[in-house]
Ligand binder design. Sequence first.
Ligand SMILES: [Zn+2]
Length: 226
Amino acid sequence: MILQSIVSVVALSVTLLQGSMNAAMPDKNIEGTLFLVNRTHMISENYIPEVRKTDVYGMSQSMRNDAATALEEMFTAAKADGVGLSTVSGYRSYAKQGTIYSRKVKTNGQETADMLSAVPGASEHQLGMAMDVSQRTSSRLNGNFAKTKAGQWVAANAYRFGFIVRYQEGKEAITGYAYEPWHIRYVGREFAKEVFDSGEPLDTYVSAHRLDTYQYLLQITNEVYP
Ligand SMILES: [Zn+2]
């Protein structure tokens, strides 16, 4: 009887712990929307998400289903506001990223390539939750996008659909990448609003989020086991 109780308590604790770990570290949950990818948090070569083609104007590009649906809603809303957006680059495999990176190194040299392009495993495009967008009239990706009507619309409205402009101006030291007004990352509506309001990059946001969740769990534990 006592042994059974002990076994039950241990089993319950393990289940609670696993749930808590997932909640406390959303940046490590690759199925979630806060999974963090940067130069120090890399994705495995073997990670291949389930993606689908996005049904919007632009080059044929894929994303994870939740992100694709949100992108379609965003493009529709932009159009209603008289803003024409176009997709340029969505999901990219580990191998494809490797090809892009090698080409950048050849053309620009290692140092510049590292600011402009991700080594394979360090790109959000492999997650299927990132999209490079441009205005309809030009598919070029450069800083000028921020000055266009389309770029300004994206900067002001993307969060309403669950996207953040991932690599902000002035945050290069934190994100490790040059300013990319065209690169949007899906995190879901709730988180996108919070990240947008914070004005901080995702890297900073998830650290703070982890701490909040940790403190919350600590508080619950103290209430249960005073
Ligand atoms: Zn991108």
